[in-house]
Design a protein around this ligand. Structure first.
Ligand code: ZN
Length: 275
């Protein structure tokens, strides 16, 4: 009985999540043209965020010949508990999966940058993360930079968002900054797993996005196939690879939120910008 109540509640939550995502998408402006013929840099906290949040956009850009740099902050060594794989083996595996996934999106190895930080440690390494991000920004000078939304309920995601703002300021680089939602996209509008103190503000943000939000929408179109192929490349993140009970991976309902017909991006105003 209790299990059936729990299952029903989960179904209701998944339904309201889908409705919220649909409402945000319905208000979004088409941006495929605006993002054409520009150099892109996707900054991801973990290998897989770039694919989940921007996979179709990356494949679309690469099919057109636009340059795309993928920057991944962490090396994946602490992505799960495992007695079968050592942290070094996990990092090696995530690096190989990243290269395969990027290959499926048309990004060659020389356009992938791994910053090599340990997972779940980015908040304590904020200054070094900002410096490493500044260095790739200064090297590539992309016209469009994509980072996770600051509403993602994951400290590494928020750390990457803040570090990128800091790095852009340090380099003095002008660009279009867009945020792609990962945890916020799946957890909205209720954010049940967020700390209780943060939940009211996150829920209020979600309601505002459904009613007033002006997101940018890029249809996945034929590039959804490339995105799905890239997602499949992350076997360590989408399946229980070692069949250990401790192995953590993304469930089907989470992945489904990123396999819809559109990708959504939220323009971020840079500090000091006038418009
Ligand atoms: Zn992540």
């Amino acid at each position: 009985m209790r299990q059936s109540i729990r299952r029903r509640s989960r179904q209701v939550l998944e339904l309201s999540g889908r409705q919220w995502r649909r409402a945000v998408t319905a208000r979004a402006d088409g941006a495929a043209g605006t993002l054409s013929h520009r150099s892109l840099m996707v900054i991801a906290p973990h290998a897989d965020d770039e694919t989940l949040g921007c996979g179709a956009l990356i494949a679309r850009a690469r099919a057109r010949g636009d340059p795309v740099t993928v920057v991944v902050a962490t090396d994946g060594r602490r992505s799960t508990e495992s007695a079968v794989l050592t942290p070094d083996q996990l990092a090696e595996l995530r690096t190989a999966e990243l290269a395969t996934a990027c290959g499926r999106l048309g990004v060659p190895d020389q356009d992938i940058r791994q910053l090599g930080f340990a997972d779940s440690g980015l908040t304590t390494d904020a200054a070094r993360l900002a410096a490493a991000t500044a260095s790739v920004l200064a090297e590539r000078r992309p016209e469009v930079v994509l980072v996770p939304t600051v509403q993602d309920d994951h400290p590494d995601h928020r750390a990457v968002h803040h570090a990128t703002l800091r790095a852009l300021d340090a380099v003095g680089h002008r660009c279009l900054l867009l945020a792609y939602p990962i945890w916020a996209w799946h957890s909205g509008p209720w954010f049940l797993d967020a700390p209780a103190a943060q939940r009211p503000a996150l829920c209020a943000w979600a309601v505002r996005q459904a009613v007033l939000g002006r997101w940018w929408r890029v249809p996945c179109g034929p590039y959804l196939q490339d995105k799905e192929a890239a997602i499949r490349a992350y076997a360590s993140q989408t399946t229980n690879l070692t069949e250990e009970p401790t192995w953590s991976y993304l469930r089907a309902d989470f992945l489904a939120a990123f396999q819809g017909p559109d990708e959504l991006f939220l323009p971020v105003r840079l500090p000091g910008a006038t418009a």
